[in-house]
Design a protein around this ligand. Structure first.
Ligand SMILES: Nc1ncnc2c1ncn2[C@@H]1O[C@H](COP(=O)(O)OP(=O)(O)OP(=O)(O)O)[C@@H](O)[C@H]1O
Length: 474
């Protein structure tokens, strides 16, 4: 659909200007292009466009600086910030500067066009929006991978709203961290963020935990207690593992969300609260609804905006940075010098499956900080279960070759000589033991698996002093 409006494109990269200009021209917009922020500011004195789409990093004045200057005179003008520099801070900073959207480079041209169209369409509405001064301190969320950029974009987009959000993602992917960031960048940032994990509380205590109780409401309730809802009043309540919420609590929660008030357990006076709900789950809530285990009406109330957090294996680009970050943090916690990953170790880590996601990576880095012998972390320093897990998941030849190379490196660095004397027997032992495991101890079959004759295998077992009994049918 064609539309009308004026849009300025600001980028020092000629090809980007060209691509955008062509695409936006096709939808009917009137376009002007600029190579630098200074040119834009000059032109602005003669009239303003409906929207600006600008790069951040440009020679001379950068995009964010320009944004700040434009804001002084054109507070309501929507601006789209494009940047390859992809951390959350710049996304949010651009919002707090009054920007309309954040577009990480490289971008999809259709997506860019859709954004610009929306900016122009909403230019008028946008004028009435006042962006709050939320605290910018989310450098802790690491994510350069495109899958994480989506998440950051959502955080930025929601930064002036109090809307209910449902976060989906496997355990350890960072759901709580994202929930916290949503809170920190919301108009409620100065109020409390109260997290509560449904899976971690005994079922019969969930209601009193959420809604509080009056004195004597049940055995053990020696005094009245405020629940999490009251603690979160004015702020955000983060309900983690919402899929584990018992049916009765779901019903109560639904009522609170509808009425904005509830009764403490054993209480008779309604308590009014203003709480933003952010819920999270690693489960498929639609599936739970279909199985009758989660109330459909509650699901719809929570599922207003959904943010999906990718698994760590869906953002392998981030593994090395995350690992460096966690090694640094563990070192600070333990007051030791930070460990450094050797290139092979980093590569090895990037290839792992990480079923426990970021939390598993974090724990591994803590383990390495304590356990790795040298300052440089070798593949052989990795926790054995990870090496094994890798073995089971997808043993690529390169992994054990990496490990072997590191081992040899370490041995030689330690001044050992004739290292094949110990390496070759170890190698053969491992091959023999594994083959025998596969054949339930039958040597004839194991020899075949190894590509040796039966006698060679017997001789090797003897030479290597391996304590292996012959299976009965051998
Ligand atoms: N992108 C990230 N950058 C830095 N640290 C991260 C990132 N994602 C997760 N972490 C860290 O990993 C750990 C696990 O994250 P978090 O507790 O938010 O995961 P979760 O998805 O809520 O897990 P669960 O579902 O098991 O409760 C935390 O210590 C968190 O600080």
């Amino acid at each position: 659909m064609k539309m009308s409006g004026n849009v300025w494109i600001v980028d020092d990269d000629r090809s980007i200007r060209w691509v955008l200009e062509r695409a936006l021209d096709q939808v009917g917009l009137e376009i002007r292009t600029f190579e630098s922020a200074d040119e834009v500011l000059k032109q602005l004195k003669h009239g303003a466009p409906d929207a600006v789409i600008s790069d951040i990093r440009m020679p001379g004045m950068d995009g964010l600086e320009m944004l700040n200057i434009i804001r002084e005179t054109h507070a309501d003008m929507p601006i789209i910030i494009m940047t390859a520099h992809s951390d959350l801070d710049s996304a949010v900073a651009s919002y707090q500067g009054g920007a309309f959207e954040y577009l990480p480079k490289p971008f999809d041209i259709d997506e860019a066009v859709a954004l610009v169209k929306r900016a122009v369409e909403h230019a008028v509405e946008q004028r009435s929006e006042i962006v709050t001064d939320a605290e910018v301190d989310t450098a802790e969320i690491i994510g350069e991978a495109p899958a994480m950029q989506e998440v950051f974009r959502a955080i930025g987009r929601l930064s002036h709203s109090n809307i209910t959000v449902l976060i989906n993602g496997e355990s350890g992917t960072g759901k709580e961290l994202v929930a916290h960031a949503l809170h920190k960048h919301s108009p409620r940032s100065s109020q409390s963020f109260i997290p509560l994990n449904m899976a971690a509380i005994p079922k019969d205590l969930i209601e009193s935990e959420l809604f509080g109780h009056e004195k004597g409401a049940f055995t053990g309730a020696a005094s009245a207690r405020r629940g999490r809802f009251e603690q979160a009043d004015g702020g955000t309540l983060f309900l983690d593992e919402i899929g584990d919420m018992p049916a009765e609590t779901q019903t109560r929660l639904l009522r609170v969300l509808a009425d904005g008030e509830f009764y403490r357990v054993g209480g008779h006076t309604p308590v009014k609260v203003d709480v933003r709900i952010i819920a999270a789950t690693h489960q498929n809530l639609e599936g739970l609804v279909q199985q009758g285990r989660f109330r459909e009406d509650l699901f719809h109330r929570l599922n207003v905006i959904r943010i999906h957090i990718p698994t760590l294996s869906e953002r392998r680009e981030d593994i090395a940075r995350l690992a460096r970050h966690f090694l640094q943090r563990s070192a600070e916690e333990l007051n030791v010098e930070p460990k450094v990953l050797k290139a092979e170790t980093e590569e090895f880590m990037c290839d792992l499956a990480w079923p426990g996601n970021v939390r598993q990576l974090e724990n591994t880095c803590r383990w390495l900080t304590v356990m790795a012998s040298g300052r440089e972390v070798l593949v052989s320093d990795m926790p054995p279960e990870l090496v094994e897990q890798q073995g089971k998941a997808e043993v690529t030849t390169s992994n054990w070759e990496h490990a072997l190379r590191n081992w040899a490196d370490q041995q030689l660095a330690a001044g050992h000589k004739s290292i094949l004397d110990s390496a070759v027997p170890s190698f053969e032992k491992i091959m023999i033991e594994t083959a025998l495991t596969h054949t339930a101890g039958r040597r004839r079959d194991a020899a075949e698996l190894l590509g040796w004759g039966r006698n060679t295998l017997t001789r090797k077992i003897k030479e290597l002093n391996m304590a292996i009994e012959s299976a009965e049918d051998d």
